[in-house]
Design a protein around this ligand. Structure first.
Ligand SMILES: Cc1ncc(COP(=O)(O)O)c(C=O)c1O
Length: 400
């Protein structure tokens, strides 16, 4: 299988794994980091650090400038309009928790929140818990037999009580890049807020938030080759006033006395406490590096790897979940427990994910206790897949 990756050389972690005879096929969990990100982190720390937005000294000014430049640079990557707002979070999970708290005051008992059947727990539990606490109705939009969101049925489920529609653009289990524009515009027509979970999608296609007509978009840096512990919440200009402050602390107040406080608007009003300055600066550097690459060539490479992965699994009679069209495939081997197979793959140096993938209700609805998942990134190559299939064949010989 001759599918070389010209980008592999830029990822020291992948080169280290190669020396350890380790194949990384779990990038949907977290992606390896490019040298540009490591350089940006080192440079930030080596030149001396300071806190942002609170100091009059020169290091503080420099840190604040670098931090706000990172915000502008990341907004550019998102292709956001200048009037829209970018709030830094710890990741997708925190972004959705923020929204579930910051929008809660608009909701009344009997109002509806709609999510899809394939959501990650991060885009289920915050809404579920809010619904339980406030007497809201959590509607789960069904999938068709291919594991895709049934858009016509989803639109039919909208009602005058629908207040929030929160959907993942790419499922971490089903691996189907979902076209959401019809649902987003139907939701907008009835005045519901729309939230896109871009945790899986953002790394495989640069978001275009002028085209994607949602109110909010969340993703995590670590899945886009960036650092851990940082994420973003994009909020469209029209939706920002709907947000009520949700966490409280330093650097988010305009004025405060012992009994009352007046808060800053977004973004700073939603970023209390010391931010992850170095990681945010390194995230911006990662995205700038990413934009310097040929995105079409990366997409073509990833698609070729995905086709080879799918074909190899089908040829071996694996039970594939849904009909994935992007970056990952979840599957089971007939009569084999996913944990046994993952163990034997792991012993042969193949890192894949096994379990319920933080989507327990989805797997239960499919009658599955778990599944394996192979996920791909720009640094994978044909050799990685060949090693995976050799290890799979060996494991199946033992287990079947
Ligand atoms: C679709 C989806 N949404 C949300 C998350 C949560 O991301 P994080 O753990 O970075 O907050 C994940 C993580 O795997 C995911 O795949």
């Amino acid at each position: 299988m001759f599918l070389p990756s010209p980008w592999r050389q830029f990822f020291p972690g992948i080169l280290a794994f190669a020396e350890q005879q380790q194949v990384w096929l779990d990038s949907a969990a977290t992606a390896q980091k490019p040298q540009s990100m490591l350089d940006a982190l080192a440079q930030h720390y080596q030149q001396g650090v300071a806190n942002v937005h609170r100091a009059q000294h020169q290091p503080g000014e420099r840190a604040t400038r670098a931090f706000e430049n990172a915000r502008s640079s990341i907004a550019k990557w998102l292709q956001a309009d200048a009037q829209d707002t970018l709030i830094f979070t710890k990741g997708t999970t925190e972004g959705i928790n923020l929204l579930s708290q910051a929008l809660a005051h608009h909701l009344q008992a009997g109002d509806e929140i709609l999510i899809s059947a394939y959501e990650h727990h991060a885009n289920l539990l915050p809404w579920q818990q809010l619904a339980l606490a406030r007497g809201l109705i959590l509607k789960v939009l069904p999938m068709d037999t291919d594991g895709h969101l049934d858009i016509d049925q989803a639109i039919a489920q909208l009602s005058t009580r629908s207040r929030i529609v929160a959907i993942s653009a790419l499922s971490n289990v089903v691996g189907h890049k979902q076209s959401l524009s019809a649902l987003l515009s139907a939701a907008r027509k009835i005045g519901a807020w729309t939230v896109i979970d871009g945790a899986q999608a953002a790394v495989h296609e640069r978001p275009n938030l002028q085209q994607l007509d949602c109110d909010f978009f969340v993703c995590s840096a670590h899945k886009v080759y960036g650092p851990d512990g940082v994420g973003l919440l994009f909020a469209r200009e029209r939706a920002v006033p709907a947000l009520r402050h949700w966490q409280f602390g330093g650097e988010m107040v305009r004025h405060c006395d012992y009994q009352h406080a007046e808060f800053l608007p977004a973004p700073l009003g939603f970023e209390p406490g010391t931010p992850s300055t170095a990681n945010i600066i390194a995230f911006a550097a990662t995205l700038e590096w990413l934009q310097s690459l040929d995105s079409q060539a990366i997409a073509t490479h990833e698609a070729a790897l995905h086709a080879a992965l799918l074909q190899g699994l089908q040829a071996r009679g694996m039970q594939i979940i849904g009909s994935p069209n992007c970056a990952l495939v979840s599957f089971n081997a007939p009569q084999v427990h996913h944990a046994d197979l993952a163990l034997l793959l792991g012993e042969q140096g193949i890192a894949v994910r096994a379990g319920h993938h933080c989507a327990m209700p989805l797997l239960h609805s499919l009658g599955l206790a778990g599944a394996l998942r192979v996920s791909l990134a720009m640094y994978n190559n044909g050799d990685d897949l060949q090693r995976f299939f050799a290890a799979l064949d060996q494991a199946l010989e033992i287990l079947q």
